[in-house]
Structure formats: C-alpha cells, structure tokens
Write a protein that binds this ligand. Structure first.
Ligand code: 3PG
Length: 305
C-alpha cells in the first residue's frame, strides 16, 4: 500500500514526520513528492500510488488517468475545488477533505491582514484600530467561526452572512446574523471572505456588492481568488480611493492591482494554512482518514458522494 504526499507547497517537516508515523504504523509505505515544478513529475509519482495526500495541488482527469491504482485522494485542508470530483467518481476514487483542521491558522492570518490594512501597511502614518469596527464574515464555516472568535478579542462588532447556516449558530457565537450579502456589505467596515470557490460563488464579489460598503472599506480575502470579479474590483478601486484590498491569494491580475500602492497587498504565496500546527492537524488527519478508509471503509469526510 503506497501513500503519496504530493505537495507543491510542502508541509512543515514536523507534519511530514507525523504523517509518516501514521502511515508506517499501518504497515504502508510513504512516498514524498515535494516542491515539484512540472505536472509530469506529478503524473509519474501517482502511477503506483493507492492513496494520495495533497494540498492545493490539482488532481484532474489527467492525474486520475495516470493514477491507475488510486483508491483515495485526501485534500489536507478545507477547499477541494482543486479536485475534479466528477472525474474522481468516474475513476472510482474516493475524495475527502479535512474540514476544520487548518481553520485557526487561516483565521489568525485574516486578522493579521486586517491589522496590517488599518495601520496603513505599517508605513509609519497614523491608522485606525479594529476595536469598535464592524466586521462582516462572509460564510460562517470553520474559518468564519474562528475569525469571529479572534475578532471579538479585538473588540470588533461581528456580523455574518451564510445562506446555509442557521441564525442560532451565529447568535450562539455572539455574532449578529444578516440575511443577504447586500446587507452584510452595507453594514460592515471590513468584510472577510470565507466562501468556497463554486459555480455559485465564482466572480460573485463584484462592483455592485462592494460599492455598498461604507467609506474606508476593507476587503480581506483568505478564501479563493476565483470568487472575486477582478476586473470589477479594479474598477471599484479606481472609482473609490478609500477602498483597500488585502489578500492571501495573489489575483490573476496582480500586475493591474499594483497601481493601488498602499491600498493593495497580496502575499506572494498563499500562507493562511502555512503553520506547523495547521500542517500537523491537516496532514495527520489526512493520513488517519486514509488508514480508516482502507482498513474500515470509513467515508465520513468523502466529498464526492
Ligand atoms: C484550504 O482550503 O484548506 C486552504 O486554502 C489552505 O490551502 P493550502 O493547503 O494550499 O495552504
């Protein structure tokens, strides 16, 4: 039983050690493909793997075709938009994620980006504080809930919109529920995105929505670049010199966003989940889920059902 860890952006070593321990204890073999630079390397590595652990690595029909022995692929993380689920099902491959395991790391980074933005990117000028500001959490899943918890520590007033989450879950967390995206963006000084990239959400963060935000608005993106309508966000930032965009996912149009110096920041590589803790949590959960699936048929975290 060969388990491949294929990570273009590697886990911390301590997490790889933990994954190895789980895999070898089960009597399986661990193979590592880290920092690969071409798809061919991935295609070669998957050839004899029966299980694969990935991060944002793309597992499409071509990869699944090459992975002749594959039974399970686990995305060590939350978003699984990088796996072609229909192709996985067609190849009789179980696809899973590890929900919640890296959510605190992403939430801490979201707050870090907020502090960076309200303090004018640490340029020495007088900024503002987060305390007392209205924060809108767009989607109240695992990351959104952690963002709420940390933001409350800063003394922010927290609102959330999530069409799939009951109000009670928000009120139990002392978060004010709102019932439309428009209401969230009209109400909040800062909006933090925690929606997945789906057919429904792609390009949904657009001019009309963002332009409802009050003066001095800040948009924080630790979710996915695909949810932003980049052309419309650029137009909005041209029309509104008060608007700031801070993101952990470099936009496709990064070069065009650079005109907004002092109002736009993107991390060079997505680093929300780049902590030892998140890597350990998500990586070891992925390894355990593989063993539990192979040994006991447990499909609890399957996302291509
Ligand atoms: C996730 O969906 O779990 C996060 O976006 C983290 O992605 P990464 O594993 O590529 O850092």
């Amino acid at each position: 039983m060969k388990v491949l860890v294929a990570t273009e952006k590697p886990f911390a070593k301590v997490a790889v050690d933990g994954i190895r321990e789980v895999v070898e204890k089960a009597g399986y073999e661990l193979v590592l493909l880290e920092k690969y630079t071409s798809k061919q390397q991935l295609l070669d590595a998957v050839a004899d793997a029966e299980a694969i652990i990935i991060r944002s690595d793309v597992v499409d029909a071509e990869v699944l075709d090459a992975a002749k022995k594959l039974r399970i692929v686990v995305r060590a993380g939350a978003g699984f938009d990088n796996i072609d689920l229909a192709a996985a099902t067609a190849h009789n491959v179980v696809a899973m994620n590890t929900p919640g395991q890296n959510s605190n790391a992403v939430a801490e980074l979201a707050l870090g980006l907020m502090v960076f933005a309200v303090r004018n990117f640490y340029n020495g000028t007088s900024g503002t504080e987060l305390k007392g500001k209205k924060l809108g959490i767009h989607a109240f899943g695992n990351v959104g809930r952690n963002v709420a918890r940390v933001a409350q520590g800063f003394g922010m007033e927290v609102y959330a919109y999530d069409a799939y989450c009951p109000d009670e879950a928000m009120t139990a967390a002392k978060v004010t529920p709102v019932h439309s995206a428009n209401e969230l963006y009209q109400t909040c000084d800062i909006v933090s995105l925690h929606i997945p990239a789906t057919a429904e959400t792609k390009n949904s963060i657009n001019y009309a929505l963002l332009n409802q935000m009050p003066k001095g608005a800040i948009l924080v993106n630790t979710a996915r670049k695909e949810v932003i309508n980049e052309a419309e966000l650029i137009k909005l930032m041209q029309d509104r010199p008060d608007f700031k965009y801070v993101t952990d996912i470099m936009p496709a149009a990064d070069a065009d966003f650079r005109q907004f110096e002092g109002r736009y920041f993107a991390t060079p590589k997505k680093m929300g989940a780049q902590t030892a803790e998140a890597n350990i949590n998500a990586g070891i959960a992925a390894a355990n889920q593989i063993v539990d699936f192979i040994e006991n048929g447990n499909t609890r975290f399957q996302v291509n059902k």
